[in-house]
Design a protein around this ligand. Structure first.
Ligand SMILES: *Cc1c(COP(=O)(O)O)cnc(C)c1O
Length: 236
């Protein structure tokens, strides 16, 4: 099914804090339509500096996402020193050699997707005593440029996580950009149910309401809050 081109966020206006309030209302509505609780809104601040982030912190928002360890490590310690109880999620791909730094900095990692990373994250958790919430990313569209375990590799990866002592809380996906997202979100929800994984990280600016109506527990929203990004990410 090709994607319908309805710009769902045309109605969002105003300062970042106002857009946040409108988004939260939209998410609550969409979730209720599907019989679900409203998902947590992860404000994805990648490529945006402290000036863009501070208004959301000032408005009381505390849940943020970044897609690169290095960028987050330069931006967030200062912001966290000024604002307590920030929860920082890594939503982008993670290299094994950055696992230790990621486990130290982030409260959740959405991109566990291969055995080498499972081992590196398990070792980092043992070493630091920290316990970030972990999602396994599933590459439902089998897109070579995207992270995520192939659907037919999910069971083996979950087994490996268990073997390594890693507690996985949920699944994450980024559906193919040119496709109708609903079937992918429904499939991820189904996989979560089958494996007893209650958390579902799915939905971005363009499809957050669809994801919420299909049971997302975390939506990851960047451009709808912060505006367009100058540089597109090569990998998601
Ligand atoms: C950038 C990014 C987002 C946010 O994307 P928007 O379309 O700007 O909302 C969500 N998830 C991941 C993995 C990303 O890299």
């Amino acid at each position: 099914m090709k994607k319908a081109t309805i710009p769902p966020l045309a109605a969002l206006t105003g300062a970042p804090a106002d857009r946040m309030a409108q988004l939260k209302a939209r998410l609550a509505d969409a979730a209720a339509r599907g019989g679900h609780a409203a998902p947590a809104l992860v404000a994805v601040s990648k490529t945006f500096g402290a000036d863009a982030i501070r208004p959301l912190l000032a408005a009381g928002h505390r849940l943020f996402g970044e897609n690169r360890v290095q960028e987050a490590a330069t931006k967030w310690p200062a912001l966290m020193a000024d604002h307590r109880h920030v929860e920082l999620h890594l939503v982008g791909q993670l290299q094994s050699n950055k696992a230790l730094e990621a486990v130290q900095l982030f409260d959740a990692i959405h991109s566990i997707d291969r055995l080498s990373l499972v081992r590196a994250v398990a070792a980092s958790i043992d070493r630091t005593g920290r316990s970030p919430t972990l999602f396994v990313q599933v590459n439902l569209g089998a897109e070579p440029q995207k992270g995520g375990v192939a659907p037919d590799g999910l069971v083996a990866l979950l087994d490996a996580c268990q073997g390594a002592g890693l507690r996985i809380s949920g699944l994450m996906t980024v559906p193919p950009a040119d496709r109708e997202p609903a079937p992918y979100f429904a499939l991820l929800a189904d996989m979560g149910r089958r494996h007893g994984l209650a958390q579902l990280s799915m939905g971005m600016s363009a499809d957050h309401d669809i994801a919420a109506s299909l049971g997302a527990t975390h939506v990851r929203i960047g451009s709808a809050l912060f505006g367009g990004r100058a540089v597109m990410d090569a990998k998601k």
